[in-house]
Design a protein around this ligand. Structure first.
Ligand code: HEC
Ligand code: HEC
Length: 363
């Protein structure tokens, strides 16, 4: 020990000397300041709700909503175009509902009567964090006729899943005759409703809303880091910092989206079904009819397991996050390194539990 101690001191002194001068005698660059969870509190997502004052029997409704989400009614299931493995998006460029066969990412149209929307299926994750819904904001709790009538999330889901938006008919007779087990569940949850009035679209929507309200991606490594329960790689932390200065003015925490509309110059969907002239490509203009809203789309939420989507942008035209970020014509000053770090950060926002949501079992 007597000999070891001075030796250790010399080694430490030498090491210290090395740190101070660097190899070529120049002082090393100052290390960037540390990044602390306390500075990013606004990014903390709420807990998954297990009750709601406006929805008695919330958990039973959410469970039934889950069954409905995965059941083919009128030829397709919600999950055909909102697939959990792909962040509840289509998992392929062209979403394919009724009139298509196969599982995402291999669903293909088979007949002439097919439901193949001209825009990307947005994620069902974090729906409760958006007041307006759909790429144009055509649906959502801010819009009549649901405004003020029902809980915002019910309004959102009802409008988003309405015949207009989705061309899906969720009517009583169909559920009663083709899915008697679901009809029985409705009877138990809505005991005061007479049979002829069971499974009305408003109730179906309420259950789907309850299920989707529980899709809060709050068990990601990023969310755990915010709570002090997990460490994040340095480049992801740099990415968070870059995100908060370059992206968060539009992609606002905690859901990393907003009800604001911009034309960031993304291309429309053009493939063998769509030629890019669909009405929805007018963007916000479809709703407001104001010329300045032409081509503006909603600032989509990114707290949607966004790194597991297959395609990005309203036209589902980008096949990598890198291209999508570079595709924003409004972002000028950003380096390759910053983009790489932001992608690392977005990877850390993935909640693996939500990738594995299956029709059976609880959420
Ligand atoms: C054929 C594919 C398809 C099917 C089936 C489908 N969706 Fe969609 N969904 C879409 C597309 C495309 C949009 C965006 C439409 C737009 O913006 O004009 C969308 C939008 C939504 C939104 C709005 C999300 C947001 O942030 O704006 C919700 C919620 C939603 N769908 C839930 C459902 C539910 C629940 C079902 C089942 C009843 C369902 N979808 C069935 C393709 C589909
Ligand atoms: C001026 C506001 C604005 C800024 C700043 C901005 N975005 Fe966007 N972002 C949007 C809008 C609007 C969309 C949807 C545009 C569309 O599809 O036409 C979008 C879409 C996206 C999408 C695709 C979402 C999806 O579900 O397909 C990603 C990913 C994205 N942005 C990441 C970023 C990142 C990362 C940054 C910062 C480097 C950033 N954005 C900065 C407004 C913005």
């Amino acid at each position: 020990m007597k000999i070891l101690y001075p030796l250790l001191c010399i080694i430490l002194l030498l090491a210290d000397c090395d740190i101070k001068t660097g190899d070529n005698g120049n002082p090393p660059p100052p290390s960037p300041p540390p990044i602390y969870p306390a500075d990013y509190k606004t990014y903390i997502l709420p807990d998954k709700p297990s009750s709601n004052p406006d929805m008695p029997k919330f958990e039973e409704k959410a469970a039934l909503g889950k069954v409905l989400f995965f059941t083919k009614i009128n030829g397709s299931a919600c999950a055909d175009c909102h697939s959990p493995n792909h962040g509840f998006t289509a998992g392929q460029q062209q979403s394919c509902g009724r009139g298509c066969e196969g599982m995402p990412p291999n669903r293909r149209p088979v007949g002439t009567d097919k439901d193949t929307p001209p825009v990307k299926s947005p994620s069902s994750i974090g729906v409760v964090g958006s007041k307006s819904l759909l790429w144009t904001g055509l649906a959502g709790s801010e819009k009549g006729p649901m405004k003020g009538l029902v809980h915002p999330a019910i309004g959102q889901a009802l409008l988003a899943t309405s015949v207009k938006a989705h061309n899906m008919i969720l009517e009583t007779e169909r559920i009663k005759t083709q899915h008697p087990e679901i009809f029985e569940k409705f009877k138990n949850i809505y005991p005061d409703v007479v049979e002829a009035k069971l499974c009305e679209p408003i109730d179906v929507a309420e259950c789907l809303a309850a299920f989707q309200m529980r899709l809060v991606p709050n068990d990601s490594r990023f969310q755990q880091w915010l709570k002090g329960e997990e460490k994040l790689p340095e480049d992801a932390l740099r990415g968070l910092k870059a995100f908060s200065t370059k992206c968060a003015s539009c992609h606002k925490p905690p859901y990393l989206g907003s009800d604001e509309f911009y034309n960031v110059g993304f291309p429309h969907l053009v493939n063998d079904i769509h030629d890019g002239t669909d009405k929805v490509n007018e963007g916000r203009h479809v709703v407001t009819k104001n010329t300045e809203d032409m081509g503006k789309f909603r600032t989509m939420r990114l707290a949607t397991n966004v790194a597991s989507h297959i395609r990005w942008g309203h036209g589902a035209t980008f096949d990598s996050l890198d291209d999508c970020i570079k595709g924003h014509q409004n972002i000028k000053e950003i380096s390759e390194a910053e983009i790489g770090n932001i992608i690392e950060f977005l990877n850390m926002t993935t909640d693996r539990n939500l990738l594995n949501v299956k029709p059976e079992g609880s959420l």
